[in-house]
Structures are given as C-alpha cells and as structure tokens.
Design a protein around this ligand. Sequence first.
Ligand code: SAM
Length: 232
Amino acid sequence: MESLDALGRKYQTDKASGKHNYLEAYDALLSARRLSARTLVEIGVKNGASVRMWRDYFPNAEIIGIDLNPKCKEHAGERISVEIGDQSDSEFLEWIMQRRPVDIVVEDGSHLWKHQISCFRQMWPALEPGGVYIVEDLHTARLERYGNNGETGAAFFARIANVVSATGFAPGEREDPFLKVIRGTVDQLVFGPAYCIVVKRKDVVVKRKARGQHNAPRPPGPFREPNLVDVA
Ligand SMILES: C[S@@+](CC[C@H](N)C(=O)[O-])C[C@H]1O[C@@H](n2cnc3c(N)ncnc32)[C@H](O)[C@@H]1O
C-alpha cells in the first residue's frame, strides 16, 4: 500500500513533503485506522488534491469535503462528496457531524484563528470514540491577517494540552464547559510544525441526535459570501 506522503505527492497537495510536510506524522497515527475508517471530513477542498489522497489512503471510507467555493463540487466522485458551506456556520457543521459517524476530521480551511478554535469546539464532541481531529497551518498565529486579536489557534491547542496534562483548572477555565469535556475525552495530543493532532479516547460515549439519518435534509442556514483566505 502506498504511503500517505506518496499519495500526497501524487495528487500534489501542499500537505506533502516538499511543502508543509505533515503526512509522515499523520501516517504514523492513521495507518492503524486505514481499513477501519468509515468517514473522513475535510474542511478545505480547493483543487481536490487532498480529498483524492484520502480516498486512496482509506479504501473503505467516504470522504466528505467542505468548501465555501461552489466550484469545488466538481471534485466530487467515487467515495468523495463535496458540501458547499462556511466553516463558521454552526448549523451547517452540526448537520455534517450529526448525519453519520465521523472518524476523522481534517481542518484545512480558512486558517483564521477563530475558525481553528470554533471548528474544534463544535466538531470534537460529535467525533466518534477513537477518532482523530487534525488542525493544520497553525503558523498563521504569527500572521495578523488571520486574526489580530483574541486567542490564536496555536495558543488554544497549547491550552488544551495544559488542561489535559494538569489537575484542577487555571483561573477562568472552570467556567468553560468545553474544557471539562476535553479533560475526559482526549487520549493523545501530537504537536508538530504548524499542525496538531488530537485523538479521542475509545471509551467515550458520543450522542448523535440524528444517528442513521444519512439523508437528513441540509438546513437552509445563511450562505456567506466567499471570503477566500488562503495560505500562499
Ligand atoms: C488550503 S485550501 C485546501 C487545500 C486542500 N485541503 C488540499 O490539501 O489540497 C483552503 C480551502 O478552504 C476554503 N475555505 C476558505 N475559507 C473557508 C470557510 N470559511 N469555510 C469553508 N471553506 C473555506 C477555500 O475556498 C480553499 O479552497
């Protein structure tokens, strides 16, 4: 079987060696799930390179790509569907996460700090037990055009590491119910240059409101005008 990096280079995603070089680290964690993964959701389709890579890497999985840009629909195909929507639209994300069990989420969308944080907060609770959440391009923490006030994505995930490692809560943390969820559900956190991988414990019970409703209609939700922010 081809390595994830070989597939990434074949389809020319910037996740591969030669550019961001994330894929060897992902492969080390994901290879045990290669045959068992049923659903991978990736935010950020662009020219379809990574959804094709994931499809080939996970032979039994459905790949769901999410993007603002309606043109990305053209990358749908065998075991790949593309849903057009905004990663800041909480109704849309809830619909994505509730209609079928999701084993892996890859967040490679706007790279705005607020989206790096809000997507994890929203998608993590619905991720399957043993699931994997990957957030990419945390280097935008030093680039003001991705957010110029508030917490950076990198700082937020470092805070998650602190909460998981420590006992008790730092001042102000106890009021955030999500941090309690985090403490009881994270199995492993892996940081590398510009990415973070969060693995969910296997003994977590995940409540899915519309379990099995694969054809639940998409909510009308506000469709925001494309505001394409990309990493050069
Ligand atoms: C870095 S590219 C994705 C690259 C792709 N994952 C790959 O590796 O081949 C980022 C994509 O995110 C999309 N995007 C930007 N802001 C978004 C948002 N708010 N919601 C959904 N998608 C967004 C852009 O249209 C763009 O196609």
